[in-house]
Design a protein around this ligand. Structure first.
Ligand SMILES: Cc1ncc(COP(=O)(O)O)c(C=O)c1O
Length: 340
């Protein structure tokens, strides 16, 4: 296996994994605790995922038959890569993008080719399509909004890609779509038979700990995929918890709106810094670059804040947290700027 995933336990203010900073409300936790007491621990989970699929279908406005739930959207991404690719096959994605694509492609013996995003210019979807035509790969997969750059293609740009590639699966990873100012591509799955969209409850819904994500596609695509899927992907506790949380979706999604406001505030200030370069973002994080990254990491460490460091590059990524956390981030950025 070429790809190694680092495991680590972290402490401090965690702004490195794009999680929701706020814990679930006490009343919601109580509702979950009461429901979990009634769970049949001695029985296998409901492999049809009926309750969970109905709850999510209602939130995003699709038919429950269009959904498959996974142990995180990670599992769904792995399943799609394993289904569509194998030795000798090529996955086309972006650079930078989510590292788990490399992990799964390498586990299934497929290669990964990456179109470099040039953050100094507006993203050209035409150039991306032209590059992909030349590469002649077997599957397209990218995150939208993109992790870590924060760029996001609008529905017209996504349609251009779908119209240009009708013969290979196009998978759009929408882990951060709730934070974007643009629409999800999930509404297009009945129009484009090769479109697969993945979503997660780990980010805006604050459920990273229970590992719940979804595939959204047409019923025609979902049915055969369900037949080949691992029967007990999700445990009963996760499915029950997620179903309850989804029944409060409206209140929970208010968090994403707050994150957007906080992101705007922090970006506006950070964009004026001279030693650190920040890029506009459509997700719950800001991506930055600096020749002084080491100094920045030291200051964050002193402040007890953990951010994501892209080793071997000048790049880093900071999750948008609570107002207080973002203030602490801004203090660190200012200290670095003023003392360089
Ligand atoms: C772009 C992207 N896709 C998918 C995931 C995985 O999410 P999940 O927790 O649903 O497995 C992440 C997690 O960080 C991500 O950044």
């Amino acid at each position: 296996m070429k790809f190694k995933y680092e495991t680590h336990v972290q402490t401090g203010t965690l702004l490195n994994a794009n999680e929701r900073s706020l814990p679930l409300e006490e009343t919601l936790r109580e509702e979950i605790a009461a429901a979990l007491k009634e769970v049949a621990f001695n029985r296998y989970p409901d492999s049809s995922q009926t309750e969970l699929r109905s709850a999510y279908a209602e939130v995003i406005g699709v038919d429950p038959g269009q959904l498959i739930a996974g142990n995180g959207s990670d599992q769904i991404l792995g399943y799609l890569i394993g289904t569509f690719l194998g030795p000798g096959k090529k996955l086309m994605t972006l650079d930078p993008d989510f590292s788990m694509y490399d992990y799964y492609a390498s586990s299934y013996g497929a290669s990964v080719i990456k179109y470099p995003i040039d953050l100094t210019q507006d993203f050209s979807v035409r150039a991306f399509i032209a590059w992909m035509k030349e590469q002649n790969g077997d599957m397209i997969l990218f995150s939208n909004p993109n992790n870590p750059s924060g760029i996001c293609l609008d529905p017209d740009a996504v349609r251009e890609i779908l119209n240009a590639f009708t013969e290979i699966p196009v998978v759009i990873d929408e882990a951060y779509i709730e934070f974007a100012d643009t629409e999800s591509s999930a509404g297009m799955v009945n129009e484009y038979p090769n479109l697969y969209v993945t979503r997660t409850l780990s980010k805006a819904f604050g459920l990273a700990g229970i590992r719940t994500g979804f595939l959204v596609t047409s019923v025609n695509n979902a049915e055969p995929l369900r037949e080949g899927y691992v029967p007990y992907a999700l445990n009963t506790l996760s499915m029950k918890t997620a179903s309850i949380v989804l029944s409060h979706a409206e209140e929970l999604l208010q968090y994403a709106e707050n994150v957007k406001k906080e992101r705007r505030k922090l970006y506006e200030k950070a964009a004026a810094l001279k030693c650190l370069k920040f890029y506009p973002s459509q997700a719950n994080f800001l991506y930055g670059e600096s020749a002084h990254k080491q100094r920045l990491l030291e200051e964050f460490a002193k402040a007890g804040i953990v951010i994501r460091d892209y080793r071997g590059k000048d790049a880093f990524r900071i999750t948008i947290g609570t107002e207080e956390e973002n203030r602490a981030v801004w203090e660190v950025l200012q200290t670095v700027e003023e003392t360089l």
